[in-house]
Design a protein around this ligand. Structure first.
Ligand SMILES: [Zn+2]
Length: 269
């Protein structure tokens, strides 16, 4: 029975994955993510029901659009599988068991799934465009409020800490809006800070601060190696692909989820 549950969870994960690929493509282009049917970006061919099934459709169609035979980037397939595996890892960490399901574990799983949507979208868009979408951050704000209400109902004792996070989030939001009004551009820094506060609310102190530490260390090591390489080559020009390093939304998101799954495993096992 448990095998069946885990298969269902994997399939749900891949469905979420196919939604992320669509949303990561559409949100920065300001396209509708709910009502418009999925289509091939090259010929506009609308995808039929069977073409919407994650993984299998990719394999059966040989990774090409049915109509124009344009190659579909394997990135979509990889993201769908990764999303399925992430869901599986969380179910495993939470020790989900058909014979021992309780409302607390189920609601925890649902909140994590809602949070994963946020992290996958932030990480995906940031990796592609190096920006954090404000609409996605508003979504993060909404699920954070929901989670805090849930914690209140469950009798969380340190609720004042969450209220402080919320205040910080609102201040950052105001600062960002003010900057947008004055300079007509959004602040990447404020948005990364908002993301960190959202991480603190939804995953707790260790996964949020641990992610910052790991990202700073990783960037420091890579930058150090580049500097050393440039020094040895006696060139002062900084390599152009260094900019790819500073995708904080992407890096923090990935690190945060990995540490969080690890922490859940230790709590529930
Ligand atoms: Zn096509």
């Amino acid at each position: 029975m448990n095998v069946f549950l885990y298969i269902v969870i994997f399939i749900i994960g891949t469905l979420f994955g196919s939604f992320y690929t669509l949303a990561v493509y559409r949100i920065p282009r300001k396209l509708d993510i709910v009502h418009t049917h999925s289509f091939c970006p090259k010929c506009g061919h609308k995808l039929g029901f069977f073409e919407l099934i994650p993984i299998f459709s990719y394999i059966f169609l040989g990774g090409r659009c049915k109509k124009c035979k344009q190659k579909i980037r394997p990135r979509y397939l990889i993201l769908e599988i990764l999303s399925g595996l992430t869901f599986l890892a969380i179910a495993f960490a939470l020790k989900l068991d058909v014979y021992n399901l309780n409302i607390e574990v189920i609601s925890k799983f649902i909140f994590i799934a809602l949070y994963l949507i946020l992290i996958f979208l932030i990480a995906g868009i940031d990796k592609e465009e190096r920006k954090i979408d404000k609409g996605v951050l508003y979504y993060g704000f909404a699920i954070s409020c929901l989670y805090i209400i849930y914690l209140c109902i469950m009798g969380e004792t340190s609720i004042y800490r969450y209220v402080m996070y919320l205040v910080a989030l609102i201040i950052l939001l105001i600062l960002d809006c003010e900057k947008q009004i004055n300079t007509a551009e959004v602040s990447y820094l404020y948005q990364v800070l908002m993301l960190i506060v959202i991480m603190l609310i939804n995953t707790g102190i260790i996964p949020a601060l641990g992610a910052i530490l790991i990202v700073i260390l990783a960037i420091g090591i890579v930058k150090g190696l580049y500097t050393l390489k440039n020094f040895l080559n006696k060139s002062k020009k900084e390599s152009t692909n260094m900019k790819a390093l500073y995708k904080f939304g992407f890096l923090l998101g990935i690190a945060n989820i990995i540490i969080y799954i690890g922490e859940l495993y230790f709590i529930y096992h």
